[in-house]
Design a binder for this molecule. Structure first.
Ligand code: IDP
Ligand code: MG
Length: 160
């Protein structure tokens, strides 16, 4: 174990990132994974998955009262999604920045939504909004044993 990794262990967060069905259908999976990979975060979970209604409803339970909720559930279950867990210090907030604003027309150029999408209802990617939700959503979408603990060879070149 490298000392610089031990020092920051308790600051390490997990975030649940998901390429939504439009991102998969539009062939943006590689592009989206690439952005997190190049930033320097660590991938610990990855799968292509057909989401069912119950899971979509649990994932978006905080939005149950919204008018767009039924169409959101239809959207998320309309085709396969790519489920990912990314790990790192500050990964939750940083991933939200990489993703950009919920409405792609307001998302800054350079962000995933700013570069690759136009409508809120087709905004290609999900990212957890807090470390607590990062944990909650990771546990919701991944079974134990599906996640992989490993040390990337580049670790000492990312963190001093
Ligand atoms: P977030 O994905 O940026 O965290 P949330 O407010 O948590 O945004 O909403 C979850 C998802 O619900 C959005 O990514 C989007 O797909 C959908 N959504 C949010 N607001 C609207 C809306 O006004 N119309 C249609 N879909 C919406
Ligand atoms: Mg959200």
């Amino acid at each position: 174990f490298l000392p610089h990794l031990v020092a920051s262990l308790e600051q390490v967060e997990q975030t649940y990132i998901m390429v939504k069905p439009d991102g998969v259908q539009r062939g943006l999976v590689g592009e989206i994974i690439s952005r997190f990979e190049r930033k320097g975060f660590k991938l610990t979970g990855l799968k292509l998955f057909q989401c069912h209604k119950e899971l979509a409803e649990e994932h978006y339970k905080d939005l149950k009262t919204k008018s767009f909720y039924p169409t959101l559930i239809d959207y998320i279950t309309s085709g396969p999604v790519v489920c990912m867990v990314w790990e790192g210090v500050g990964v939750v907030a940083s991933a939200r920045k990489l993703i950009g604003s919920t409405n792609p027309l307001q998302a800054e150029p350079g962000t995933i939504r700013g570069d690759l999408a136009v409508q809120t209802g087709r905004n290609v990617v999900h990212g957890s909004d807090s470390p607590e939700n990062g944990k909650r959503e990771t546990a919701l979408w991944f079974k134990e044993g599906e996640l992989c603990e490993w040390t990337p060879a580049q670790a000492p070149w990312l963190m001093e």
